[in-house]
Design a protein around this ligand. Structure first.
Ligand code: AOF
Ligand code: ZN
Length: 368
């Protein structure tokens, strides 16, 4: 048992190497172990969206001389092997063709295209299957994918930085620097890990944010800057904001009543740039908070956006909190004092982590 757990932990660790690269797919890792000798003969993970799945990469990593060991080997895979033809052929078929003896997994695949059929295929072919090993860890690893598939909405992370006296902005919403450089860099790393970043109208207007990953260039290869989402109910935000510069895919939520054609509405100096992305306008139903959130989450689900980092301001954060529409809350508390300004939202939920990032204290919460 202990060895099984170790192999699965290794598979989970391998899976994380795909973080920020595989969405809307899950992160998946696979370790293939020759049972009589307890030797790992192949390892792999899903590296990039559209490319080979973990099982195929693990099998490809096996030395040709070891392929004959597969009937006496176990594939530890963090997710049920897929059974469908998507961008990739089914992993269940591959495991059957290669003659793997046993398959152990953390979680069933909630994707309706798979949903149990992967296990069924394997069992019908005479492969022994064990499910549910480190299931909790597996669900946590792919919290975005499970939320997206099971609740048909993106995973929502609320993030803000507050002063010791509980403010997130200056009087009248004027921008002030609250968290330190290390925290800011960490935020850019977080941005590189999520599908989208969102801000409200006042933040877009007052802070004129870029919402990119310039302080975390490590993962920010082409296309790795997340999609920007901004609320502009009445279509009154100025066109020269950084958000509208066409440098990243940008979605604007507007009221159904505002007449606005979809892009191109962008800074003139970028119009000719090859990488310029037209703005996308989404009609949202602003009549009640429920209708707004319903139309918003539905649009994002349809566009296969599996996670959103909500960066403020206070009104937007508070409305997500009031709707109970959040999965994680990340709060920086800096030693600074402001005395007056925009009040920070009230933290709630279950504390899951507390750590110092430079001079700032970071706390992370999940709903109870
Ligand atoms: C696996 N192993 O490593 C992954 C799986 O379009 P495709 O072919 O890439 O299929 C994507 C779906 O396959 C995804 O939604 C999820 O259900 C499953 N992902 N399955 O056996 C893997 N990444
Ligand atoms: Zn697969």
């Amino acid at each position: 048992m202990a060895a099984q757990v170790q192999y699965m932990r290794r598979a989970l660790e391998l899976a994380t190497l795909g973080r920020g690269q595989v969405s809307p797919n899950p992160m998946v890792g696979c370790v293939i172990v020759h049972e009589p000798t307890q030797r790992i003969i192949g390892e792999g993970w899903h590296q990039r969206y559209g490319e080979a799945h973990a099982e195929r990469n693990a099998i490809q990593a096996i030395h040709p001389d070891d392929l004959s060991l597969l009937p006496d080997s176990t594939a530890y895979v963090t997710l049920e092997p897929c059974s469908h033809y998507g961008k990739q052929p089914p992993c269940a078929n591959l495991l059957i063709e290669m003659g793997v003896g046993r398959v152990v997994c953390c979680n069933d695949d909630p994707n309706p295209l798979v949903g149990g059929q992967g296990f069924q295929k394997l069992e019908q072919a005479g492969i022994r299957v064990e499910r549910g090993l480190l299931a909790e860890e597996g669900r946590l690893l792919n919290a975005r994918f499970f939320t997206f598939m099971e609740q048909q909405r993106p995973y929502i992370i609320l993030k803000w930085a507050e002063t010791s006296d509980g403010f997130i902005g200056g009087p009248g919403g004027q921008p002030v620097s609250i968290s330190g450089p290390k925290s800011q860099r960490l935020v850019h790393k977080w941005r590189s890990e999520e599908d989208a970043i969102m801000v409200g109208t006042n933040t877009a207007r007052n802070d004129n944010p870029r919402l990119n990953t310039r302080l975390w260039p490590i993962q920010a290869g082409p296309g790795k800057n997340p999609i920007r989402i901004v609320i502009d109910r009445h279509g009154t935000l100025p066109d020269d904001l950084h958000l509208f510069d066409g440098s990243q895919r940008t979605i604007i939520l507007k009221s159904e009543r505002v007449n606005r054609d979809a892009g191109p509405e962008r800074k003139s100096d970028l119009i000719e740039a090859a990488e310029c992305q037209p703005l996308e306008w989404i009609n949202a139903n602003f009549s009640t908070p429920e209708s707004l959130f319903h139309s918003f989450t539905l649009s994002l689900f349809e566009q296969r956006i599996t996670s959103v980092l909500v960066e403020g301001g206070a009104a937007l954060l508070n409305s997500f909190l009031a709707e109970g529409l959040w999965d994680e809350m990340r709060v920086f508390r800096s030693p600074k004092l402001l005395g007056d300004g925009v009040k920070a939202p009230t933290v709630q939920g279950r504390l899951i982590c507390r750590e110092m990032i430079g001079d700032d204290e970071l706390t992370v919460y999940r709903p109870v």
